[in-house]
Design a protein around this ligand. Structure first.
Ligand SMILES: *[C@@H]1O[C@H](CO)[C@@H](O)[C@H](O)[C@H]1NC(C)=O
Ligand SMILES: *[C@@H]1O[C@H](CO)[C@@H](O)[C@H](O)[C@H]1NC(C)=O
Ligand SMILES: *[C@@H]1O[C@H](CO)[C@@H](O)[C@H](O)[C@H]1NC(C)=O
Ligand SMILES: *[C@@H]1O[C@H](CO)[C@@H](O)[C@H](O)[C@H]1NC(C)=O
Ligand SMILES: *[C@@H]1O[C@H](CO)[C@@H](O)[C@H](O)[C@H]1NC(C)=O
Length: 507
């Protein structure tokens, strides 16, 4: 006799999202905790509601285990105490495009392995009003190392007319369904941008996906057309793109032994291709408004690479912004970004990839690592203080090994999926990013801040609804009572716990 036991999962997530639900925490001994979610339960956070002008809200997450813990306070008179943080809402800097992650094949493969209701719970965590409301996501054009194979959209014999261009099974199964679901879940517009790792082998000088290979001169125009083909194919599914980068990490081509797929671009050649091919092709297509971002590589290459690439004024005119990755940030001062902004005041800078990579002998995934979360938020603050307009993480969901990745380049992710138990774990990185993505909507403007007699790291934003969000990161072992002064309001006295991140909100 066959006995089938059906574990019916009654989803309570949908009906309860107006109330916050607490984190079910678990400690894996890596210096912090994860929140455990399954088909019927996940901690959630409703949208903050506007407070009276005399009051403020504070959301706190910390090493000890608080997650978006809400409290309220009342502004004190301006003269009542000395301030540690001054917020100057009248001094305005860059406008924020958004925050998010990448729809890699690995993300889709891991989500796909979950039961349908758990998939829904997970996607809500990133995109819905009960989650952290991602607004800007990256979509690889073809394969990356976070795929199970290398591929482009036109493999096989040389095909300069792109007659055999077609999306991969990965797009249909692991990307498009989840992008469409995310678009439905968001209460706002989800901005997407595409980035290609490699071109078809036959377009490249070395006939390989990897290594020191460039686009052959005769293939400059087909490679530009390939971008439009990609936009055409996705549009058939109702998915439109806000932007494109000119290609992921072009300088990897020069790294000996690098196994990542890459199209190498020396800066001058990239400028030539943009001027003669990509720029006119995009601007004369149905996608003429698409933002074109260049470099899509480490901070260390700023500004020299983009200065050379855009020496030609026509190339400069076609380009909207610069894409920057985080992997060298530890070694490289953020002022390079401010310098870039000064040279190109008409363009924007967007952070387009970050992930915690394992140190020597370390496993890629460190479940619960608060420090890895801190490194995300510290980097975001450093970036936004240097003109960066948004911050986009790498894989949105990986397995406990940090993959799949066909070259074993495993890394960490804000959500780790356990395919055996059909649970997933929300890491501290999820909350550190969420302290921005949840409270600093697209269209917010970074405003001035000054910190005195405190080691707290701070960035503040004016929201499109007239509110102000101040993110306060305390990486120190000591807690502190912080006086945050906004001369238009008063002094908000905020209790900052050790190793914590808080978002202060007021209208
Ligand atoms: C899901 O998690 C909740 C909260 O931890 C728990 O009560 C419930 O039993 C879990 N459901 C399943 C099917 O594991
Ligand atoms: C724009 O799209 C329409 C409809 O798909 C198509 O007929 C037209 O040729 C496209 N225009 C350009 C410039 O590609
Ligand atoms: C890493 O492991 C190898 C082999 O077990 C060992 O020789 C090496 O010293 C370790 N390195 C570090 C930094 O721990
Ligand atoms: C976090 O950043 C600090 C300071 O740059 C660095 O020393 C540390 O190794 C980083 N930790 C992780 C887990 O990356
Ligand atoms: C995944 O779930 C299985 C089954 O419950 C469990 O044995 C394993 O320890 C879990 N893995 C992690 C990383 O928690």
């Amino acid at each position: 006799m066959l006995v089938i036991i059906l574990l019916v999962c009654v989803s309570s997530v949908k009906s309860t999202y107006l109330q916050p639900t607490p984190c079910i925490s678990r400690n894996y001994g890596n210096g912090g905790t994860v929140c455990v979610c399954n088909c019927s339960y996940c901690d959630s956070i409703p949208r903050p509601t506007r407070t009276h002008p005399s009051q403020f809200l504070v959301y706190t997450s910390n090493l000890e285990g608080l997650r978006f813990q809400q409290s309220r306070g009342r502004f004190r008179p301006l003269e009542s105490c000395e301030s540690h943080v001054d917020v100057d809402s009248s001094s305005k800097f860059q406008t924020i495009f958004g925050w998010g992650g990448a729809f890699t094949d690995a993300t889709g493969i891991n989500i796909h392995a979950l039961p349908k209701d758990t998939q829904e719970v997970l996607l809500r965590q990133y995109f819905s009003e009960s989650g952290i409301e991602y607004s800007l996501c990256r979509v690889p054009m073809g394969g990356t190392d976070f795929s199970v194979r290398a591929y482009s959209y036109d493999d096989g014999d040389p095909d300069p007319l792109l007659l055999n261009f077609k999306l991969a099974p990965e797009d249909h199964v692991f990307k498009i369904p989840y992008i469409k679901r995310a678009m439905k879940l968001t209460g706002h517009k989800l901005r997407l941008f595409g980035s290609a790792w490699t071109a078809p082998k036959w377009m490249k000088t070395n006939y390989m996906y990897t290594g020191l290979g460039f686009i052959r001169k005769s293939m400059y125009q087909p490679w530009a057309n390939y971008f439009v083909k990609f936009l055409d194919e996705y549009r058939k599914f109702g998915i439109n793109f806000w932007g494109l980068t000119t290609g992921n990490e072009p300088l990897d081509a020069w790294v000996p032994g690098e196994k990542l797929e890459v199209v190498g671009w020396a800066p001058r050649e990239l400028g030539t291709w943009i001027r003669n091919n990509l720029g006119p092709t995009i601007r004369n297509s149905n996608y003429s408004d698409t933002k074109i971002m260049i470099l899509d590589d480490q901070r260390i290459y700023y500004p020299w690479y983009v200065v050379i690439a855009l020496e030609n004024p026509v190339a400069r005119k076609y380009v909207d912004g610069f894409a920057v990755h985080w992997y060298t940030d530890k070694y490289d001062p953020p002022e390079a970004l401010t310098k870039t902004q000064e040279i190109f005041p008409e363009k924007f800078i967007l952070a387009t990839e970050a992930s915690n990579i394992p140190g020597q002998n370390e496993s890629a995934v460190q479940l619960g690592s608060w420090e890895r979360g801190e490194n995300y938020s510290a980097d975001i603050i450093e970036d936004v203080l240097n003109w960066v307009t948004g911050w986009v993480d790498w894989n949105m969901a990986l397995n406990p090994q940090g993959g799949p990745n066909y070259i074993q380049n495993f890394v960490d992710s804000p959500i780790i999926i356990n395919g055996t138990s059909n649970e997933f774990y929300k890491q501290p990185m999820f909350y550190h990013l969420g302290h921005f993505s949840k409270f600093v909507p697209s269209g917010s403007v970074r405003v001035g801040t000054e910190v005195r007699r405190s080691r707290v790291e701070v960035a503040a934003f004016g929201r499109p609804d007239g509110g102000t969000a101040v993110v306060l990161l305390n990486r120190n072992e000591e807690g502190v009572i912080l006086n945050v002064k906004d001369s238009s309001r008063g002094v908000a006295q905020v209790k900052i716990s050790p190793r914590s991140i808080s978002t202060l909100l007021y209208w």
